[in-house]
Design a protein around this ligand. Structure first.
Ligand code: NAD
Ligand code: TDX
Length: 335
């Protein structure tokens, strides 16, 4: 089988390719990535010389390039996106271009080339925000209510993917996953930002009161969920993918990290809140468990510790990215 992976030099995409080449050694993968500030060839270093792997630098908004790489492809897995909420608040336009227009360009090419599957990687953020005292969980039935330019652009892309299924019969599937953590995540995101600051004995900036809740899934669990959907998922369906945490606040995550590092709460610094900051995400992933037999297997505390070890052992990877990541927060004042 021939797979086109977009955004494979990013966090989840590179973890997906690493997993897939090992799991399915006869499959061929083309990685189409623009190498924006978030794309790093260093994340693909260990598999870049695999004979079944090919990297093409290009933009998913460019119909010519997309047409070329789509030729002869069986399945598409679309990770390419602008993915950072804080950046979407500072510069929304590129989120609409890549996440909405780029997805539409890919869908058109997929249709022309009769791919057997177009899998779109999306987020739980399309469902909006829960209140802290609610027991509600997001599921495949939850109406969309995006609240940031990032989540609005991802919601628009999900709707386009469904429209191509309904209107043209393109064989699509979608996953809406919660917050991922693990190796190769850019140090501008929460967990790696905290870890890399603590390695350098710096304070860790917590937005607002730190009570915001996220559902955390280890990146390999997410990758395996996509594998399950590609192999056994039903065409036209959406699957919600969540992790093993239960209502854990940002402050609690920070405290766990402080314990791992043997540091005190003095390292916590409360900073200005994110504008429109979603309060809580919580997911009901019973559908993918029941229909496809997938469930998260990586326990949060254990894999948080292993993630810390990974960042300690791989300074070569994140150190060159750290200064640029912090520049964003010079702009937002969240330092
Ligand atoms: P990331 O920001 O680490 O990587 C994105 C990749 O896409 C980069 O390699 C970048 O160079 C590439 N890219 C960006 N614009 C492009 C363009 N126009 N053309 C080609 N390539 C382009 O993102 P991530 O965290 O790995 O997320 C991957 C996908 O998963 C995204 O669609 C995101 O919305 C979704 N998602 C992420 C999370 C999470 O917690 N990180 C959770 C749920 C869903
Ligand atoms: O320095 C920080 N301090 C802080 O308190 C940063 C960077 C974040 N936060 C908070 C904001 C959020 O409540 O931590 C939480 C997680 O923040 P991010 O890592 O920016 O993730 P989030 O905004 O939840 O979005 C992530 O999960 C869903 C991904 O970036 C998205 O791509 C994905 O769709």
């Amino acid at each position: 089988m021939r797979l086109l992976v977009t955004g494979g030099a990013g966090f989840i995409g590179s973890n997906f390719i690493r997993y897939w080449l090992k799991r399915y050694p006869n499959d061929k993968i083309i990685n189409l990535d623009k190498l924006t500030y978030a794309g790093h060839l260093s994340s693909t270093k260990d598999f870049s010389s695999n004979k079944n792997y090919k990297f093409v630098r290009g933009d998913i908004c460019n119909a010519r390039v997309v047409g070329e790489v789509m030729s002869g492809v069986d399945m598409v897995v679309n990770f390419a996106a602008e993915s950072h909420v804080d950046r979407s608040i500072v510069s929304p336009a590129v989120f609409i271009k890549t996440n909405v227009l780029g997805t539409q360009v890919l869908l058109d090419a997929a249709l022309k080339n009769n791919v057997t599957r177009f899998h779109h990687v999306s987020t739980d953020e399309v469902f909006g925000s829960l209140s802290l005292d609610s027991n509600e969980k997001f599921s495949e039935e939850t109406p969309y209510n995006p609240r940031s330019p990032y989540s609005a652009s991802k919601a628009a892309s999900d709707f386009l993917v469904r429209a191509y299924f309904i209107t043209y019969g393109l064989p699509v599937t979608i996953t809406n996953s919660s917050n991922n953590f693990g190796p190769f995540q850019d140090p501008e995101k929460f967990i790696p930002r905290m870890i890399t600051n603590l390695i350098d004995d710096k304070l860790i900036p917590i937005y607002g009161d730190g009570k915001n809740v996220r559902d955390w899934v280890y990146v390999l669990d997410h990758v395996k969920a996509i594998d399950a959907v590609l192999k056994r998922g039903k065409i036209g369906e959406t699957y919600v993918v969540g992790g093993m945490t239960e209502d854990i606040s940002n402050l609690e995550v920070a405290e766990k990290l402080l314990r791992i590092f043997g540091k005190t709460r003095k390292f916590i610094k409360f900073v200005k809140d994110r504008s429109g900051h979603d309060r809580k995400y919580s997911l009901d992933w019973r559908k993918i468990r029941k229909d496809l037999g997938w469930k998260p297997e990586h326990e949060f505390d254990v894999w948080l510790k292993k993630t810390v070890e990974w960042y300690k052992d791989n300074e070569w990877w994140w150190r060159p990215l750290k200064r640029r990541a912090e520049k964003l927060y010079d702009k937002t004042g969240q330092k």
